[in-house]
Design a protein around this ligand. Structure first.
Ligand code: TXA
Ligand code: MG
Length: 351
């Protein structure tokens, strides 16, 4: 049954604390509030309340074995919910918190199993977005928040995307404008001897190695079709997917453009509509299809910020097929390609 979803606008530069207090009350009573973070919009519920976690899973249509990230604003809050915080946590927090990094710890019993998908570990993040921080402080201090999309759809990078997926299912949406980063946080597991990246993001392997020394990458992340299960339960699902059939075309830029032009011509001849994810440098070279430029080839911040929005735009347009160029940029390329390849169900055409 549908509930009434209130949409409010908050200016991150001049936070309306009365509105935030109201949103905080909704959370304390077990309700759900979607809010902006620097990565993507989150669907918030009180992380200490099992009923709120149940509601999150049901609003998203998310499998309940897929644990939620607990959002906090200070180190004391961290110490209260983990069995133990290793030295690495303080080193990482010093450098990257508040920010787009999630760390995994052994939990204690403050956070219920409903929030951690039955796991004995808990994922924790301290966001930097001022609206997110104000909301956490106005709540119990612990907000469980997955990305605020229907399970399987691209993560929301603006409030409108949240409204498309969750209107009628949650109490409130806070519109704080478009997010900065556009891809979900980097997840690093601190429960083993050597820290391990479970999901790539804005904070790269190199950045983590610089402060920690040895860091591994979950082997389940790299092998697309191996039997190895990724350690973050969420990474095993075909995520971030647009409705149309999406294929990534990889190779030297001119050859990629030619290949996409050929494929689009074929499909257009069959009366199919085609979407193309291009860059500033290539967008004028496509002869057919609806072209979206997601940024300059070397502007990885723009590419990250626009990726999910362009997939949603093609959903709205109802195209039958999407071809995307490949974006193996130096820093965030790992994260961008991880999300793009998952969205494509790992369909890659090499030219
Ligand atoms: O940037 C972000 O992290 C956003 C914003 C809202 O903070 N949140 C987000 O949450 O991306 P979600 O639920 O969409 O993704 C959480 C991921 C899932 O892949 C989940 O399986 C993994 O984190 N995860 C959570 N707790 C875990 C745990 N205890 N062990 C392993 N993986 C965990
Ligand atoms: Mg998600």
């Amino acid at each position: 049954m549908d509930i009434k979803t209130e949409m409010i606008k908050i200016n991150p530069q001049a936070i309306d604390h009365e509105a935030i207090a109201r949103a905080g009350e909704i959370l304390k009573k077990g309700g759900l509030v979607a809010f902006p973070t620097e990565t993507v919009y989150g669907l918030g519920g009180d992380a200490t309340n099992p009923d709120a976690s149940h509601k999150i899973y049901s609003a998203k249509g998310r499998p309940s074995d897929n644990p939620l990230i607990v959002h906090i604003t200070n180190m004391k809050a961290l110490e209260e919910i983990v069995a133990q915080a290793p030295q690495a946590a303080y080193t990482l927090a010093e450098r990257f918190w508040p920010g787009p990094l999630t760390m995994i710890f052994q939990k204690n019993d403050r956070i219920p199993y409903e929030t951690t998908g039955g796991m004995d570990t808990v994922a924790v993040r301290m966001p930097s977005d001022p609206i997110a921080r104000a909301l956490i402080d106005a709540s119990t201090g612990y907000i469980a928040a997955p990305s605020a999309n229907t399970s399987g759809r691209p993560s929301p990078t603006q409030a409108e995307h949240v409204a498309q997926d969750l209107t009628g299912k949650i109490d409130m949406i806070i519109d704080g404008g478009p997010v900065n980063i556009g891809l979900e946080s980097t997840i690093v597991d601190l429960t083993e001897d050597v820290p391990m990246i479970l999901r790539p993001g804005y904070i790269t392997l190199e950045m983590l190695q610089e402060v920690l020394g040895e860091v591994r990458v979950d082997p389940g992340l790299i092998a697309a079709d191996s039997d190895r299960k990724p350690k973050a339960p969420g990474m095993k699902y075909r995520h971030y997917a647009p409705k149309a059939d999406l294929k990534v075309v990889e190779g030297e830029t001119d050859a990629v453009v030619q290949k996409i032009n050929r494929l689009s011509e074929e499909l257009t001849a069959q009366k199919k509509s085609v979407g193309i994810i291009a860059t500033e440098e290539t967008k004028d070279q496509y002869r057919q299809g609806i072209v979206i430029s997601i940024g300059g080839r070397d502007d990885e911040e723009a590419i990250a910020r626009h990726l999910y929005g362009s997939l949603r735009q093609f959903d709205e347009l109802g195209v039958d097929a999407i071809f995307s160029e490949s974006f193996a940029t130096a820093g965030m390329g790992q994260a961008i390609m991880n999300r793009l390849l998952k969205a494509a169900g790992h369909q890659v055409l090499e030219v």
